[in-house]
Ligand binder design. Sequence first.
Ligand code: 5GP
Length: 176
Amino acid sequence: MADYVLEKFIDKKDIKSKIKDIAEKISFDYKNSERLLFVGVLKGAWIFLADVVRAIELPLEISFIAVSSYRNKTETNGVVRLLWDIDVPLAGRDVFLVEDIIDTGLTLKHLKELFTIRKPKSINLCCLLDKPSRRLVDIEANYKGFTIPDHFVVGYGLDYAGRYRNLQDIYKIVFK
Ligand code: 5GP
């Protein structure tokens, strides 16, 4: 039997409305950009990315990058491994790096440094969830959904040991 239960934390209606806000802000701020590129960090950001880009009515392209920072547990080992790189050049583009959640900040800091070397016109960090109390490095999202306390959350793309990514709401894991 599982040694934890899931407790509803953020309702799908609130996620939907937050995504609308984020998409409106980005659409306004970048209305004149002709070279928007959204890069989703796999695997956690795929559902969030899909919903955000569909709410933006501007010409844009999408790519993905895959990293591993967690293994079947709730704690990071601090090592960010690049598993899959993007397939397009960044030079001269307005790039949005889209993450499910910022926790220690190590993943986004590492990716931002990697992307900066490739000379984009701009880089923005966009995340659905932010856990600032866990931060180990100085990094902030330019566009973000919810600031949350130190809970381990699942659903809407986020997993625990590979499960729960398909849930429409976000839940916190409560260990018994
Ligand atoms: P960071 O590098 O900021 O510590 O962690 C980023 C990654 O850790 C996220 O993209 C996500 O995959 C994972 N992560 C951090 N906090 C949580 C959480 O509460 N739930 C889940 N499922 N993953 C998390």
